[in-house]
Design a protein around this ligand. Sequence first.
Ligand code: CDP
Length: 258
Amino acid sequence: MEEPHIISPIKLLNEDNLRLDKRRLDEIRPIKLEVGVLSRADGSAYIEQGKSKILAAVYGPRELHPRHLAQPDEALLQCIYRMATFSVEERKSPAPSRRETELSKVITESLAPAVFLKYYPRASIDVYIQVIQADGGTRCSSITAASLALADAGIPLRDLVAACAAGKIDGKIALDLNDMEDKSGQADLPVAMMPRKNLITLIQMDGFMNKQEFVEAYELALKGCRKIYEMQREVLIQKYISIQEEFSEEENEQDNGG
Ligand code: CDP
């Protein structure tokens, strides 16, 4: 099929190939990650990626209701992606949209290969993802946060899942599109992977790219995933270092008769 000639309504790149938010083409947005942010959940994580802000909460493994959904040989992983009514520019209806149902499915399928589901037959592992502020790329940020929340819950994983999109803006391949770039750009290619195993768990594409552009965008997205993976690992390592420090402080106090 002939590629339609799409011209962006706004110029997304300047003459130095810098983007509207001053990023280079191969730069991801600033990322902040936290784990253990919710005390009632078994595991939780928070991500800020540029202006996107997302919370993920994990409950389980726990008894599954309704019971007829239970699988005799493994746990059922259920991810529910929801956007707050105030998370986007135009108020979103609180009723679950078709897009939210689709993203819930896509996110579940991106994470399932990483979880040792066979360890928990008949059980349910529930992951609630709440987008508090959306600025593009929320499915990828949700996967990154949900995978951290699963690890924070102590659920055995083959690897963390890291996700990042690449796309095409003003005819050039760029990493981690924001909302404006997503809407005014020509293509978006979200990818999720288990970096240690080098396994892809999600690849989707929206828009138009030729084969060469696709390969370039795919490789760039993988680079983004690997960067994000390092940040995920770091935040988990820091969590266990602080637990270790707390324990040794307590031990010291007890040794000193405190
Ligand atoms: O968020 P992601 O890129 O994974 O999914 P999308 O369906 O391509 O949506 C792109 C962006 O559109 C979202 O991140 C939001 O910023 C925005 N959006 C919106 O403004 N209003 C909605 N009802 C849904 C999405």
